[in-house]
Ligand binder design. Structure first.
Ligand SMILES: *[C@@H]1O[C@H](CO)[C@@H](O)[C@H](O)[C@H]1NC(C)=O
Ligand SMILES: *[C@@H]1O[C@H](CO)[C@@H](O)[C@H](O)[C@H]1NC(C)=O
Length: 403
């Protein structure tokens, strides 16, 4: 009896220890965030075991979350929703139902998920696109670009780029009743990365005459060089997206070869001959004082040039938009950047804001002190959070004024 009770107490303590994640006090309904963090962590552990046993690739296990969240394209009283293809890439299209008063606005949206998981048809993304379409009376194109580990960089980028280019043709815009002067790209996390890369690339593409009206970058990933920024250090074991998972997403974008992941995990993946690129991600210059907290800047430690020769993608601005030269940032459209306090990617977004402003781009930067990476996904029951709804409404409000 005594032994059983002891076992029970020990087991309960272990479960409690496993579930417990310290949640910052200013996060509302923190217990929900704790449960979701625990769920993700558990899926991560299962994925790790399955991967080591050779049963399934780590990312294939993670993508089961996507499958569980899938909803079929379903029209409602306000929006007609269909799955189709643009330029051979699957997209989910949201068209407002009410008669158009004139030409409409359009949002080309790229979902998040570390270039490995996620889908336009996930319930949370479907709701976000539906909401965007309805609130802005806009056409929304949500792109299902191909994912790692099956496809690596630059496939993800090329898919979203070819959809954007296809949609920006005047014949296509007029087919959907879209005003060529009111189209933007938007995305969250890895999707924010793709949106930033697409906006940069369009500037130098002489085949595209339509210019973007805006870009929206929601807690975007923007650089591969320094994976030890203050925000990475501070949120190493943080909510939803710990550093180890972000490193995995980054490395998997380029290759499934674990040598890149190991080099990135120790922040020794950039060779000395690419050292000049560190000026573009130098947080000592690019973060405002209050964002540096008490961290001390140290010079980069270089890695072997073998890895960079094998996987040059991680030094490519199409993968890491922060690596673009100032002259390439100059012509970018008005930009909305959302960063969250509890996020390894916080400093990526803040540094891009500094660089864009220095290049003369008009930027609206919202920094949510009470939010964490992925907060915008928390807009539907059972995991609806006040902060998710607030951030979503704010982003729609910005688009309403600027698109
Ligand atoms: C349709 O739009 C109205 C007005 O914005 C809104 O109140 C209603 O909830 C929307 N319906 C759906 C299914 O989203
Ligand atoms: C980063 O900026 C600091 C402060 O301006 C400077 O001392 C340091 O040399 C810079 N490092 C790199 C790699 O550019």
């Amino acid at each position: 009896m005594g032994a059983k009770l002891l076992c029970f107490c020990l087991a309960s303590a272990l479960v409690a220890y496993y579930i417990y994640t310290p949640i910052p006090e200013n996060i509302e309904e923190g217990w929900k965030v704790m449960l979701v963090t625990t769920m993700f962590r558990t899926v991560g552990h299962v994925a790790e075991v399955a991967d080591r046993l050779g049963l399934m690739h780590y990312m294939e296990v993670l993508s089961l979350i996507t499958v569980a969240e899938y909803v079929a394209p379903t029209s409602d009283e306000n929006v007609t929703v269909t799955d189709t293809e643009f330029s051979n890439v699957p997209v989910r299209l949201y068209l407002p139902r009410k008669p158009a008063g004139g030409l409409r606005r359009a949002v080309i949206y790229f979902h998040g998920g570390g270039w490995c998981v996620g889908q336009a048809g996930m319930k949370s993304y479907d709701l976000l696109s539906r909401w965007t379409s309805n609130q802005l009376d806009a056409v929304v194109v949500s792109v299902d670009y191909r994912l790692a580990p099956k496809y690596h960089f630059p496939v993800q980028f090329e898919d979203v780029y070819s959809v954007t280019k296809f949609f920006l043709q005047s014949s296509v815009l007029s087919q959907y009743g879209v005003d060529p002067n009111r189209v933007c790209v938007a995305g969250d996390s890895a999707g924010g990365n793709l949106a930033a890369a697409v906006a940069q690339k369009l500037l130098e593409d002489s085949e595209v005459t339509t210019r973007l009206r805006a870009q929206v970058l929601l807690y975007p990933a923007l650089q591969t060089l320094d994976l030890n920024l203050p925000s990475y250090q501070e949120n190493e074991n943080g909510l939803i997206l710990p550093k180890s998972l972000m490193v995995r997403f980054w490395s998997e974008y380029f290759t499934s070869d674990s040598s890149l992941r190991e080099a990135m995990a120790s922040n020794r993946h950039v060779p000395a001959e690419s050292g000049h690129l560190f000026q573009f991600v130098n947080w000592s210059n690019l973060l405002p004082e209050e964002m540096k907290k008490d961290y001390v800047y140290t010079s980069p430690v270089f890695g072997s040039s073998k890895i960079a020769k094998k996987y040059p993608g991680f030094l490519d601005p199409r993968a890491a938009p922060l690596l673009a030269e100032d002259t390439r940032l100059h012509g970018l459209p008005p930009t909305y950047v959302l960063t969250c306090e509890y996020d390894v990617l916080r400093d990526d977004g803040v540094m891009y804001v500094s660089r864009l402003r220095a290049a003369g781009v008009r930027v609206t930067h919202d920094h949510a002190k009470d939010a964490f990476h992925g907060a915008l996904m928390f807009v539907s029951s059972p995991a609806s959070l006040p902060v998710g709804n607030r951030l979503r409404n704010r982003y729609i409000e910005w688009l309403n004024e600027n698109l």
